[in-house]
Write a protein that binds this ligand. Structure first.
Ligand SMILES: C[S@@+](CC[C@H](N)C(=O)[O-])C[C@H]1O[C@@H](n2cnc3c(N)ncnc32)[C@H](O)[C@@H]1O
Length: 444
């Protein structure tokens, strides 16, 4: 197929085709960010179209449930029974009609019809046209979807979340926090950076961004934090990236490593390290002096750690592929500090990982808690007397957080919880992922 972006007849088709293909890939089990990256390599787009493709793909994946309800209401066949390619193309059209203020209705409809014609759905082009026009008329007439009366179901429909997830959270964290999390899960997440203090300062980097016309501001309360706004474009092209002056890290995640109370020269274990956001933060706060052992069970993900370490110019990090539940060969107490940033259900990052709400299953959470408890036991064994262990997740599920730490303390009464547990709840009004951390110290 010729490149759509170089076809004069194809105005606006290329970004929508990219978004459509991302929806198909995600339905087949791909991660949205990786699918988008792959499609953008296949069909390179100018920055404006790239932004539109991203907005449509991510928005339509988040809104999958609501978009299906519109299809159920106006289609002859319910969404779940439609041929999947048609369903995802209609989602791209509907997402524009319902959520893309800057796209005129005519463009949303005509591009979807044209894509159907050009992409092996020509016989269904009249269906695409008829359905999208019917929804456009309904929206113009002020119609909206009927909402269930039952509050949990209503919340799930309103914010396009699976019922089981809202029920589970409602039971575990209560209605208010569940409502906040639901609303936060559909906002565009902030784009935060962490300055590498071994290479630059927040002030110098802000000046460099200002000189390049990139909108940026320091994040209050975070000594290394900068937030970008507007559409900064490809991050790897921004000032300071190639020179290792900063890395991308959400503002909540930036609050975890300081809990380790680091000083230069310590021996630190980061047991679940990839892609290295926290290992590199540890090395920065130790002025690159001492030793950071960065383990991860997935060798391919460790390559990302190595790339980040290299770009940021850090020397004290040693990477190793290993299962951190199985470190019996290491001497007990051989690390001054241990970070366990464990694999988790990611419920604090639903806005960022747009497909997670559809791939997560309740039994996965239970399986994760077994793994997390094993990781905590192993990390505790390796923490030196007088040392410190930080257990962290990017979820809000108590079984993975508070309850797990309380069970550990009940089994190991000589360990102590330092300060109160850090619980950052996702909020629709405040940027930042949901995060949890507990600081634990061994006896002696
Ligand atoms: C939440 S991520 C870590 C993020 C990382 N700390 C950062 O800040 O960039 C969890 C990591 O744990 C790894 N992991 C899962 N099971 C593991 C195990 N048994 N041993 C070591 N790593 C594991 C996953 O591959 C994943 O990279």
């Amino acid at each position: 197929m010729p490149s759509l972006s170089s076809d004069p007849q194809a105005t606006g088709l290329a970004p929508r085709l990219v978004a459509w293909r991302v929806l198909e890939a995600v339905a087949d089990g791909a991660y949205a960010d990786l699918a988008l990256e792959r499609e953008l390599k296949r069909q390179p787009l100018p920055p404006r179209d790239r932004a539109l493709a991203t907005e449509l793909a991510y928005g339509a994946i988040r809104q999958r449930r609501c978009l299906d309800l519109w299809l159920d209401r106006y289609g002859k066949v319910p969404a779940a029974k439609q041929p999947p390619r048609l369903r995802w193309l209609l989602h791209i059209g509907l997402q524009q009609l319902l959520h893309a203020d800057r796209v005129p209705t005519s463009a949303a409809v005509s591009t979807a019809v044209e894509l159907a014609k050009r992409q092996r759905l020509a016989n269904l082009a009249p269906v695409v046209n008829g359905l999208l026009r019917a929804v456009a008329r309904a929206i113009a007439a002020g119609e909206s979807l009927p909402m269930p009366m039952e509050p949990r179901q209503r919340l799930a429909v309103e914010h396009s979340l699976p019922d089981w997830l809202v029920n589970e959270l409602w039971e575990r964290i209560g209605p208010e926090r569940t409502a906040d999390l639901a609303a936060a899960s559909n906002r565009i997440p902030s784009l935060d950076l962490r300055i590498n203090p071994l290479r630059t300062t927040v002030e110098a980097q802000l000046q460099a961004f200002a000189d390049a016309g990139v909108a940026a501001a320091a994040i209050e309360g975070l000594p290394q934090g900068i937030s970008l706004s507007g559409r900064p474009g490809a991050l790897t092209q921004l000032s300071g990236f190639g020179d290792g002056h900063w890395c991308v890290q959400d503002r909540s995640a930036q609050r975890i490593v300081p809990l380790l109370a680091l000083t230069p020269g310590l021996r630190v274990l980061d047991a679940c390290a990839a892609p290295g956001g926290k290992s590199t933060h540890i090395a920065e706060l130790m002025c690159d002096q001492g030793e950071v052992v960065a383990l991860d069970v997935t060798p391919s993900r460790l390559r990302q750690v190595q790339a980040n370490v290299q770009r940021l110019g850090l020397n004290c990090i040693k990477t190793e592929a290993a299962d951190a539940t199985d470190l019996e060969h290491l001497e007990p107490g051989c690390f001054d500090r241990v970070l366990l940033d464990v694999p988790c259900s990611g419920l604090g990052t639903l806005a960022r990982h747009v497909d997670a709400r559809w791939s997560l299953r309740p039994d996965v959470i239970e399986e994760l808690t077994h793994l997390q408890a094993q990781l905590l036991d192993q990390g505790a064994r390796l923490t030196a007397p007088g040392g410190r262990l930080v257990y962290a997740t990017c979820t809000v599920h108590p079984a993975e957080n508070r309850s797990l730490v309380e069970a550990f303390l009940a089994d190991e009464p000589s360990w102590q919880l330092q300060e109160s547990m850090l619980e950052l709840w996702p909020s629709p009004d405040q940027p930042g992922d949901g995060f949890f951390a507990a600081v634990l110290t061994p006896p002696g």
